[in-house]
Design a protein around this ligand. Structure first.
Ligand code: PHE
Length: 344
């Protein structure tokens, strides 16, 4: 039976040796299993105790129990020690953290495609002497419709699937043409400016429609403004934007209640010479509508149509970005997908 006492001692010693070499919590857990697990050295010893005589049980039972208790305590202490050491190391690391250190592998953020695109467009118009305007996204019926020559029950209201708000006559603007009226009411003539901003439409979402998209609206109001002013400004803008000096435009009639006459501007395809998939082999791409501002709209904005005239145009900025960068799904813009964003 002395043998058993020796065994207990040797187990104690082995455990000590193992614990002295502990590296981390995982290592410690392996050792706990080795000694105290279901099939552990000490657990097996306790199982064997059943086969002992009652005298042996009385003698060794307490010793083995003591061994178990002590071993558990030692393992727990060891655990605490490891946790403390790890926390200390972490603290030291934090203390020595140098916020000014150069990190060559840092991921760089960048502006969203919209921000760059808007800046690019604004710069072109600024270079032509235009101001940058702004206006609210939450609008009243007046600014979005009535003042733009679209009175109550006018069928043109159906063109705009509107998000109406709970407050009477209030809505999310369906186009940036609202800013025409704000500009006329707050600026003095001559007025030349553009606004870029979001518009909202209650539409089914697919690859080319989203409930929210960006538009760019431009106006020029002065004495004797004619359609030829609109043609030349549009042409210059498109030539600069697509970096094609000789890019030509063509004009078709178009209808919007707030312009008279109304036109649609097409540009020559900037991507090919013989027809391609973007221009659907026609060499022409529809870019934006515009026209001379309707006298009723000038009146609503507080400007005398007998004395002044002006042009307005409005394009889908999102659509133009899709065209320029060949993006085939509008939903990417607001997806926040890193793979998409990092290309720009
Ligand atoms: N506001 C019109 C739209 O969103 C576009 C437009 C603007 C047409 C200015 C003519 C003049 O559909």
């Amino acid at each position: 039976m002395d043998k058993l006492e020796e065994k207990i001692k040797s187990i104690q010693k082995n455990l000590e040796t193992e614990l002295n070499q502990i590296k981390d919590l995982k290592h410690l857990d392996n050792i706990r299993v080795l000694f105290l697990g279901k099939n552990g050295i000490i657990t097996n010893l306790i199982t064997k105790l059943k086969n002992f005589s009652s005298e042996e049980k009385r003698k060794f039972g307490p010793q083995i129990n003591q061994l178990k208790k002590e071993s558990e305590e030692k393992i727990n202490k060891s655990k605490e020690k490891i946790i403390k050491t790890q926390a200390k190391a972490l603290n030291l690391k934090k203390q020595n953290f140098d916020v000014t250190a150069y990190n060559p592998n840092r991921k760089k953020g960048s502006l969203h495609l919209y921000s760059k695109f808007i800046e690019e467009i604004e710069n072109i118009f600024i270079s032509m002497g235009y101001d940058i305007f702004d206006g609210p996204e939450v609008e009243s019926d007046f600014y979005n419709f009535t003042a733009l020559n679209i009175p109550q029950n006018h069928p043109a209201r159906d063109m705009y699937d509107t998000f109406w708000l709970n407050k009477q006559d209030m809505l999310m603007r369906t186009h940036t043409s609202t800013v025409q009226i704000h500009a006329m009411k707050t600026k003095s003539t001559p007025i030349a400016g553009i606004v870029t901003g979001r518009a909202f439409r209650h539409e089914a979402v697919d690859a080319s429609h989203d409930i929210m998209f960006y538009q760019c609206e431009g106006i020029f109001i002065d004495k004797n403004v004619t359609l030829s002013n609109l043609f030349s400004v549009s042409k210059k803008f498109l030539q600069t934007f697509f970096k094609k000096e000789n890019l030509d435009i063509r004009i078709r009639p178009g209808f919007f209640p707030f312009v008279e006459p109304g036109i649609e501007i097409d540009m020559q395809c900037p991507f090919c010479t013989k027809g391609c998939s973007v221009c659907k082999k026609t060499r022409w791409i529809e870019v934006f509508p515009g026209g001379l501002i309707h006298p009723n709209v000038l009146k609503a904005g507080g400007i005398n149509p007998e004395e002044y005239s002006g042009f307005a145009f409005g394009f889908g900025l999102t659509r133009l970005a899709m065209l320029k960068y060949r993006i085939n799904d509008i939903r990417y813009f607001h997806s926040g997908k890193y793979k998409f964003l990092k290309q720009f």
